[in-house]
Design a protein around this ligand. Structure first.
Ligand code: CAA
Length: 239
């Protein structure tokens, strides 16, 4: 039976590339968009289901993931990929910029994982892959909110890995560097120029280069890797 994988924020960027990679590996993939309207507008490839809700809303996660498990089946692989930025220097940052990033990028880890963890424990199998960022490790000018949330993702990953190890569930993080996505395209050109100067490989990552790391950690054969963070940043930060 194909493993069932849920990827939050899976209609664009790293999430969409991850959906392709997991399907290529034989998984049944479900992706999420940030609202029901966006899910309706998404032209999903054949065989890929798409649902829309706000991952920062616990009740919406609870209702939607219960519906998915009823309609499609129990989730074996959860990729917590949905994320946003609201860059600003701290002395100019509004409470909304702080909260929106913490809620979508960090609270969502709890909101989604809480819905699937009991089932994974009962079935004795699970793969949870959380998308952090190079900026969790190195910090980034203008990203106190994002760096804090993404560092929180790594702590969440390690603690849950310990709780889940005896139940056949692995929990890992990936800390991508700057990839060729809409999120990175929104960074001002002069800032990107200086970021790229710091990347020894001298280029952005292709989304597929991050996605293949998710697929690796999601595979049945990766069962001895847990609580780890895989750094995929072209050498920008050597953790
Ligand atoms: N390092 C050091 N100094 C910097 C700097 C940097 N990276 N960026 C700006 N500064 C300096 C400027 O030179 C300027 O100095 P002066 O006052 O002496 O002229 C001062 O800081 C203020 O700069 P700005 O006027 O540009 O400040 P701003 O408030 O308009 O904008 C910012 C600041 C919003 C942080 C803007 O620089 C920005 O958008 N940066 C992008 C941050 C970034 O890399 N985000 C990553 C998004 S992608 C992602 O997050 C994915 C992932 O996981 C990797």
């Amino acid at each position: 039976m194909a493993r069932i994988a849920l990827i939050t924020g899976g209609t664009t960027g790293l999430g969409a590339a991850t959906a392709d990679a997991l399907e290529a590996g034989g998984c049944k993939v479900i992706v999420t968009a940030r609202s029901p309207d966006k899910a309706k507008a998404y032209k999903a490839p054949v065989g890929r289901a798409c649902y829309g809700w706000d991952v920062s809303d616990f009740s919406a996660c609870s209702d939607s993931i219960a519906a998915i498990e009823d309609e499609i089946g129990p989730i074996d692989i959860l990729v917590n990929n949905a994320g946003v930025t609201a860059d600003s220097m701290l002395h100019k940052m509004s409470p909304e910029q702080w909260q929106s990033v913490l809620r979508v990028d960090l609270d969502s880890m709890f909101n989604t994982t809480r819905q699937v963890i009991s089932g994974m424990r009962e079935r004795g199998f699970g793969r949870i892959i959380n998308i952090s960022s190079v900026n969790a490790l190195k910090g980034q000018f203008g990203q106190t909110n994002y760096s804090a949330a993404k560092a929180g993702v790594i702590g969440f990953t390690k603690a849950l890995a310990l709780e889940s190890a005896r139940k056949g569930i692995t929990v890992n993080a990936i800390a991508p560097g700057y990839a060729d996505t809409a999120m990175v395209a929104a960074v001002p050109d002069d800032v990107m120029k200086s970021v790229l100067e710091g990347v020894p490989l001298g280029r952005l990552a292709e989304p597929s280069e991050i996605a293949r790391c998710v697929a690796f950690l999601a595979s049945d054969q990766s069962g001895f890797i847990t609580g780890s963070t895989l750094h995929v940043n072209g050498g920008l930060y050597l953790a």
